[in-house]
Ligand binder design. Structure first.
Ligand SMILES: Cc1cc2nc3c(=O)[nH]c(=O)nc-3n(C[C@H](O)[C@H](O)[C@H](O)COP(=O)(O)O)c2cc1C
Length: 233
């Protein structure tokens, strides 16, 4: 059985998605998955960010029996390079495309699961159309920054994705308890909404984003609105 990881993050190897893959693989290795006999790193992983390799990426996908695809939520949808990859599968021989087993992770910056639900529905429909068996879709918010957090801060999330990997390797499907735990909170509680409203004027809620915009020279353009009226705050 040939297993493949498909990383849909434009950040490629430096992504949060890659870290999630390492935890999923740890769970698979702990469950004795044969694809991990060389260790959790042994599972073949393709980074869609290597956009010039689309042809070989498609071939690797068509050759795999079981695929785990992780993608960040970009503007409430999938990153363009994931859409490009999906489009590239059109016209593939049905015999190679259908029958695959596939699991998805939609992970996002905002903490509420609700943001990823529309994309999860699309992925279920895509699986149906392509003749794949969907092993489950994990929607998980609050993932931005996990790459730079100390291990104690990510321990719970790590256990969740290890459990995801273990259940795929053991049962051929994602444990519904993992899907349910990951999707919470679906929306912020009234208490948390009030808390964030009170915190916003301190600038703390924007600190991380401002830091990144400054790093990439985009801070002065943070209110740009190329397709509409400028944001007034
Ligand atoms: C261009 C862009 C658009 C994004 N859009 C959303 C969004 O609509 N909702 C959300 O919760 N997070 C959004 N995010 C945050 C990412 O989903 C989040 O940072 C994710 O963990 C990045 O994962 P990666 O490192 O694997 O790419 C966006 C990030 C970028 C760069």
């Amino acid at each position: 059985m040939k297993r493949l990881f498909v990383n849909g993050s434009p950040r490629g190897k430096e992504s949060n998605s890659r870290l999630l893959f390492s935890w999923i693989a740890e769970g698979m290795a702990a469950a004795g998955d044969s694809n991990t006999t060389g260790g959790p790193d042994a599972i073949e992983t393709i980074d869609l960010a290597r956009a010039r390799e689309l042809d070989s990426q498609r071939e690797a996908f068509l050759a795999a029996d079981e695929v785990v695809m992780v993608m960040p939520l970009y503007t409430d949808s999938m990153p363009a390079l994931v859409k490009r990859f999906v489009d590239s599968l059109a016209g593939s021989p049905r015999g190679k495309l259908a029958g695959k087993r596939i699991a998805f992770v939609v992970q996002s910056g905002f903490p509420e699961g609700i943001h990823g639900e529309a994309l999860a529905s699309y992925l279920a429909r895509l699986s149906l159309r392509c003749g794949w068996t969907c092993m489950g879709t994990v929607v998980k918010g609050g993932i931005e920054g996990i790459r730079i957090m100390p291990p104690w801060m990510t321990a719970k999330t790590r256990r969740l994705f290890q459990a995801m990997g273990a259940s795929i390797a053991r049962d051929g499907m994602v444990d519904p308890a993992v899907i349910s735990a990951a999707s919470r909170p679906r929306t912020l509680s009234p208490f948390m909404r009030t808390f964030f409203r009170m915190l916003a004027p301190t600038g703390l809620t924007n600190m991380y984003w401002h830091m990144n915009m400054k790093k990439h020279g985009a801070y002065a353009r943070r209110f740009d609105a190329p397709y509409g009226a400028p944001y007034k705050g």
